[in-house]
Design a protein around this ligand. Structure first.
Ligand SMILES: Nc1ncnc2c1ncn2[C@@H]1O[C@H](COP(=O)(O)OP(=O)(O)OP(=O)(O)O)[C@@H](O)[C@H]1O
Ligand SMILES: [Mg+2]
Length: 608
C-alpha cells in the first residue's frame, strides 16, 4: 500500500468527485439494505401474518424500532386491506421495486462520479510521467530500455486507474453495505448475528492469505510487458536491418520468449486472482449454512423466530456475500495497483542528475569565449575525457578531429550540458555552465547531430522547431540557405509534405539539410555540428558542405569533422586521442608537425 498512498496525491484535484462518490455510496448501501428489508412486509402480507391494528403505533425511541415498524406495518396493512387485500400486495411490490430502483440509481451515480476521478488521475499521471521522462537527462536512457518507460506510461498507469475504483470499493462502498446489513440483522435477531461476528473475520483472514504473493506476481507481469514493448520498439525502429540481415526469426524468437513468459506470469496471477471470488463465496456459504441450521432450529424447535423474519434475515445474510466477494477482489486489485504504483513512482522520483542550480542565472548573449577548464568525464566507469583544457574564442571556428571513439561527440555534448563533467568546469563567458539556466544555455546553441533527428511531421514543422514563432518567409529563407528549398518544392505537397517516421521518406543528404535549416532558423550565436558527410555522395556532400559553411559564417562554431578536407579553413583544429588533446593549431601548422594530424590527412588522401 505504501506506494499507492503516494499516488493518492494525484487524486487530490478530484476530491470533490470522491466526496460525491462516497455520498452516493452511502445511499447505495442504505437502499441496498432497505431493499432487502422491504421483503419482510411482502412476506407478512403473503403469509397473512399481520394482526389487525386500527390505531397507528406511537414512536418510543430507536431501541423499540423493531416493534414500532412491525406495528406500523400491521396498521398500514389493516387500513389498505379495508379496500381489498390485492391493494396491500401491489403496494408492497411497489415498495420493493422502488427500493431496488433507488439502490441502483445511487449505485450508478457513485460510478458516474468516480469515473471523473479515475480518468483524471490517469490523465494527470500520464502527463506527469511524460514531463518527467522529457526532463530526465540523456544519460538516463543510455541505461534504460525505452519500451520499459512506454509500459510504465501506458499499462502501469492503467493498472493504477483500475485500482482507484477498487480502493473506494474497499474502503467505502462495500464496508458500508456490510455495516448497514449487519445493523439490520442485529435488529432482526441479535442472537443469530453473533455467529456472523465470529465467522466473518475468520473468512476474511483466510482470503487475505490467498492474496499474499500477488504484488510480486503482478510486478513480474508488468516488467515482462516492458520487455516485449522494448523488443517491439527496437524491431520497428530497426526494421530495415532486421529484414536486410534476415534476422526476423532472431527477433521473433526474442519476442515470443517474452510473450511466453508474459503468458506464464499472467496465468499465475490471474488464476490467483480468480480464486478471490469463489473462495469468498464458499466461505460465506459456510457461514450461511451455520445460520440456516441454527436459525432453522429457532423457527422450528424454539419457535422464537417468525418464519418471514427468518427468510428476510437470511436474504440479508446472503446479501453480505456480494460485498465480501467484491472486497476480496478489490483488495487484490489494490495489491496489483500497488505494484504498478511502485514502477510509476520509480520514474517520478528519479533524481535528475543534471539539476538546475538554485540561483541559476539567465544569460542573454554570448560575448567572449567558451572555456574547458581541466575537464574530465566518464560515462559509467570508463574515462572518456581526461583533464582537457580548451579555449574557444567568440567568432572562431574550431574543428575537432580524431579517431572514432576518441571523444569528439562527448566533448560537444558537454558544451550543451547534456552530460555533466565529472571534474573541472565548462565555462561560457567565465560563468560555469552549471550556474546557468539550462534553457538559456541551450537557447545560445544550434545543434546538428551526427544522425539527423527528424520527427514524423511536415517538412515545415520540422524546420519550425528551430523557432516556433518564425513566419513562413523565415522558414523558406532558412531552407534556401540550407540548400533544401529546391528539393522541398519537388515533394508532393511541398513544405507540407509529411516525411514519415524519423524522416525516412527522405534521403540522407536531404535529412541533413533539413536539420541544418532548422539550426539556421534558430540563428544562435554558437553552432555545434557533428557532421556526418561521409555518408553522402559528392554531389549532395557539396550541397551539405555549402550549407554548413553558410551556417558557420559569423558564428562561433564547434565542428566535428570526419572528412578533413572540410575543415582546412578552420581557425583552430584540435586533435583528440583517447579523450586528450594531442595537437592543436591551424591546418598548415599541424601538417608541419608531421604528427597525428598529418597521419590522419595522409590516410584520408590515400583512401580518396
Ligand atoms: N552513452 C554512452 N555510455 C557509455 N559510453 C559511451 C556512451 N557514448 C559514448 N561512449 C563511449 O565514449 C567514447 C567516446 O565516444 P564518442 O561518441 O565521444 O566518440 P567520437 O569521437 O564522437 O567517435 P565517432 O567519430 O565514431 O563519432 C567511446 O569509447 C564510447 O564507447
Ligand atoms: Mg561522434
Amino acid at each position: 500500500m505504501e506506494y499507492f498512498k503516494k499516488i493518492l496525491v494525484f487524486a487530490k484535484p478530484y476530491k470533490a468527485y470522491a466526496l460525491l462518490n462516497v455520498i452516493a455510496n452511502v445511499f447505495y448501501a442504505l437502499f441496498g439494505t432497505l431493499a432487502m428489508i422491504s421483503l419482510f412486509p411482502m412476506l407478512s402480507v403473503l403469509f397473512k401474518q399481520t394482526a389487525p391494528l386500527e390505531q397507528a403505533p406511537i414512536w418510543e425511541g430507536v431501541s423499540e424500532i423493531k416493534t414500532y415498524v412491525e406495528a406500523y406495518l400491521n396498521y398500514f396493512v389493516t387500513q389498505q386491506s379495508a379496500q381489498g387485500e390485492g391493494r396491500a400486495l401491489i403496494f408492497m411490490v411497489g415498495l420493493i421495486i422502488g427500493m431496488f430502483f433507488l439502490k441502483n440509481l445511487f449505485g450508478y451515480l457513485a460510478m458516474y462520479f468516480i469515473t471523473f476521478l479515475r480518468n483524471g488521475v490517469l490523465k494527470d499521471l500520464r502527463n506527469a510521467l511524460y514531463d518527467k521522462s522529457i526532463s530526465l537527462p540523456l544519460s538516463y536512457y543510455s541505461e534504460k530500455r525505452k519500451g520499459d518507460s512506454l509500459a510504465r506510461i501506458t499499462s502501469d498507469v492503467l493498472e493504477i486507474q483500475h485500482s482507484f475504483l477498487s480502493i473506494l470499493e474497499l474502503v467505502v462502498r462495500e464496508p458500508l453495505t456490510i455495516l448497514f446489513t449487519i445493523t439490520a440483522m442485529l435488529v432482526l435477531s441479535p442472537k443469530l448475528t453473533a455467529f456472523v461476528f465470529i465467522f466473518l473475520p475468520l473468512a476474511g483472514f483466510l482470503i487475505s492469505l490467498l492474496g499474499k504473493s500477488l504484488k510480486r506476481q503482478s510486478d513480474a507481469v508488468q516488467k515482462e510487458q516492458g520487455q516485449f514493448l522494448s523488443i517491439l520498439e527496437e524491431s520497428l525502429g530497426g526494421l530495415k536491418i532486421i529484414k536486410g540481415f534476415n534476422a526476423e526469426s532472431v527477433f521473433g524468437q526474442k519476442f515470443k520468449d517474452s510473450t511466453q513468459r508474459f503468458f506464464d506470469f499472467s496465468n499465475k496471477l490471474l488464476n490467483r486472482q480468480n480464486l478471490a471470488s469463489p473462495s469468498s463465496e464458499f466461505l460465506g456459504i459456510a457461514v450461511i449454512g451455520i445460520l440456516l441450521w441454527y436459525g432453522g432450529q429457532m423457527v422450528l424447535v424454539e419457535q422464537s423466530l417468525k418464519p418471514e423474519l427468518f427468510i428476510t434475515y437470511m436474504s440479508l445474510a446472503y446479501q453480505i456475500l456480494t460485498p465480501a466477494k467484491a472486497m476480496s477482489k478489490a483488495s487484490y486489485g489494490v495489491k496489483k495497483g500497488n505494484a504498478a504504483a511502485e514502477r510509476v513512482l520509480e520514474i517520478l522520483e528519479t533524481k535528475n542528475n543534471i539539476p538546475e542550480a538554485k540561483n541559476a542565472i539567465d544569460i542573454q548573449d554570448f560575448s567572449q569565449s567558451i572555456n574547458f577548464k581541466n575537464v574530465s568525464f566518464k560515462y559509467q566507469d570508463q574515462d572518456v575525457i581526461k583533464n582537457l583544457s580548451l579555449h574557444i574564442e567568440k567568432g572562431k571556428t574550431v574543428a575537432l578531429v580524431g579517431q572514432s571513439g576518441s571523444g569528439k561527440s562527448t566533448l560537444a555534448n558537454l558544451i550543451s550540458r547534456f552530460y555533466e563533467v565529472s571534474e573541472g568546469a565548462v565555462e561560457i563567458d567565465q560563468t560555469d555552465i552549471r550556474e546557468i539556466k539550462q534553457r538559456s544555455l541551450r537557447q545560445l546553441m544550434g545543434l546538428v547531430s551526427q544522425d539527423p533527428i527528424l520527427f514524423n511531421d511536415s517538412i515545415y514543422n520540422n524546420i519550425a522547431l528551430g523557432d516556433p514563432m518564425a513566419p513562413e518567409t523565415a522558414i523558406v529563407e532558412a531552407a534556401k540557405i540550407a540548400n533544401a528549398h529546391e528539393f522541398i518544392l519537388q515533394q508532393p505537397q511541398g513544405y507540407q509534405t509529411h516525411i514519415g517516421d524519423g524522416g525516412n521518406k527522405l534521403s540522407g543528404g536531404q535529412k541533413q539539410r533539413l536539420a541544418i535549416a532548422r539550426a539556421i532558423l534558430k540563428n544562435p550565436p554558437i553552432m555545434i555540428l557533428d557532421e556526418a558527410t561521409s555518408a553522402l555522395d559528392t554531389e549532395s556532400e557539396k550541397l551539405v558542405q555549402d550549407a554548413l559553411e553558410k551556417l558557420m559564417k559569423n558564428r562561433t562554431s564547434v565542428i566535428i569533422a570526419h572528412r578533413l578536407s572540410t575543415i582546412q579553413h578552420a581557425d583552430l583544429i584540435v586533435v583528440l586521442k583517447d579523450g586528450q588533446i594531442v595537437e592543436q593549431g591551424s591546418h598548415q601548422e599541424l601538417l608541419k608537425l608531421k604528427g597525428n594530424y598529418h597521419n590522419l590527412v595522409h590516410l584520408q588522401d590515400l583512401n580518396s
